[in-house]
Design a protein around this ligand. Structure first.
Ligand code: HEC
Length: 149
């Protein structure tokens, strides 16, 4: 029984560890999230270019890029650690003062990018375009509110 209680205590401590425990320095967190956002942005942009006809539309490539975007949509957010609105970052203080709204937008992004990835596998270009638009609205809403110009 005692061992169980100790184990439960250890789990509780681990769960309580703040996300910032993974980053030694605030600058590391900023670099990490900007890198993740850059990768996500690159692959989202490639889908946009294919939809616009700037590059050939290849359903298989679009589906691959949509999978990458959906995966990447999970990575940046734990790196928004408190106090990381440094001069190397465009993060606005509202990210922390309106944390619920920010978190909701990250969840909306994850839902919508997962939808985009599913739809891209089915290959219907008009449906991909609509789903792409929904994701784009989410990027814009968050940037308008939480990212400095
Ligand atoms: C929940 C809010 C949120 C959502 C949703 C969001 N972003 Fe961002 N994005 C940010 C913030 C905040 C920054 C500024 C980060 C920084 O400089 O520390 C940023 C920065 C970026 C950057 C610049 C990275 C750099 O090197 O400075 C790119 C590119 C980007 N976002 C692309 C996207 C795309 C594409 C989408 C949608 C598919 C998206 N973002 C969705 C909040 C968001």
């Amino acid at each position: 029984m005692k061992a169980l209680a100790i184990a439960a205590g250890i789990v509780a401590v681990l769960l309580a560890l703040p996300a910032e425990a993974q980053f030694a320095k605030v600058e590391d967190a900023v670099k990490y999230r900007q890198s993740a956002l850059t990768v996500m942005g690159r692959h989202f942009g490639l889908i946009g270019a294919a939809l616009k006809g700037d590059i050939p539309y290849k359903a298989e490539e679009v589906a691959k890029n949509a999978d990458i975007v959906a995966f990447m949509s999970h990575l940046p957010w734990p790196a928004f650690v408190a106090g990381s609105d440094t001069d190397k970052s465009k993060a606005k203080a509202e990210i922390w003062s309106e944390a619920d709204k920010f978190r909701q937008l990250t969840e909306t992004l994850q839902t919508r990018t997962a939808d985009l990835a599913d739809i891209a596998k089915a290959g219907d270009q008009a449906a991909v375009k609509a789903a792409f638009g929904k994701v784009g609205e989410t990027c814009k809403e968050c940037h308008d509110h939480f990212r400095a110009k």
